[in-house]
Structure formats: C-alpha cells, structure tokens
Design a protein around this ligand. Sequence first.
Ligand code: HEC
Length: 147
Amino acid sequence: MKLKTIAAAAALAVLGASAVIAADEPQVARQQMMKKVGGAMGALAGIAKGEKPYDAEIVKASLSTMSDVSKTFADQFPAGTEAGAETEASPKIWENMDDFKAKTAQLGKAAEATLASLPADQAGVAAALGPIGKDCAACHETYRIKK
Ligand code: HEC
C-alpha cells in the first residue's frame, strides 16, 4: 500500500469511529423521546380529525407520554452533545438553558392540565390540541434546526 492510501484509510477509520454514536447517547435518547411525543401527537391528531375513533385510553396514554417526556427531556442536553447523531438541536439551547427548560415544563403543564380534565370526545381532543401544538412550535421555532 502506498503511504497516501494508508493515510487516507486511517483518516476514514477515524471518521467512521466518531460517526458511531451509541444508542444510550443523549442525542439518541432525546430524539427517541421526541419520536414518542411525535407519535403521541399523531394519535391525538388522528382522533381530532376523525380519522380514528375517540378512545379515552389512547388520549390518556398520549398525554401521559408527553408529560413523562417533559420530565427528563431537558436533561438530555449535557455540554458536549451540541453535535452528533444528526442532531437537530440548536446551539441556542445551551445559550438559554433556563428558557429551554421552561419551554419543556410548559409542554408538561399543558399535557397534565389536559389529563386532569380529559377531553371526552373528538371535539374535546381537537380543542386541546391547539394549545399543545403551540407549545411544540414555541420550542421548535427557536431550539430545533430544521434540516
Ligand atoms: C422544549 C423544547 C421542545 C418542545 C416543547 C417540543 N420539542 Fe420536539 N424537538 C425539540 C428538539 C430540540 C428536537 C431535536 C432533537 C435532536 O435532534 O437532538 C426536537 C425534535 C422533534 C422531532 C424529531 C425527532 C427525531 O429525531 O426523529 C419530533 C417528531 C418532535 N420534536 C415533535 C414534537 C411534538 C409533536 C411536540 C409537542 C407535543 C414537541 N416536539 C415539543 C424540542 C422540543
């Protein structure tokens, strides 16, 4: 092997190693949390639009998922996880961690308030989705980079 080829292979090996991020890394954990929240939102939207029948258990489970995620989501952004795993997290999170935490808590509050007076039908679910959707957007606008 020529020296140049060896150097290139070594560089590739280094790149390969840093591209591998373990499943328990915070970047992966927080994306998985958001995937769950996205799934929960999808389930609620399906009911709100009448594509799925109203089901109190699904409404409860979806809101509980949002509430649960909001409790630990903001912990998944330790220093050093600004990049990696194709993260869409904006650097602004680390500049405004208190505000980011407040926005996380806001989603939890909205989900818990809705759980406490559970929507009893399709119209109720639709009405509840407005404020919850605003909380998703309020955070994504500032803190999620759309790739
Ligand atoms: C406090 C901030 C915050 C709130 C509130 C929030 N998100 Fe997110 N969301 C993020 C961030 C940050 C990412 C990017 C995470 C990453 O890539 O590391 C994200 C990513 C996502 C993703 C992509 C996950 C993936 O990688 O596949 C979905 C889907 C999503 N959010 C849905 C929602 C929905 C639906 C809501 C509201 C019910 C919501 N989010 C509320 C901050 C938030």
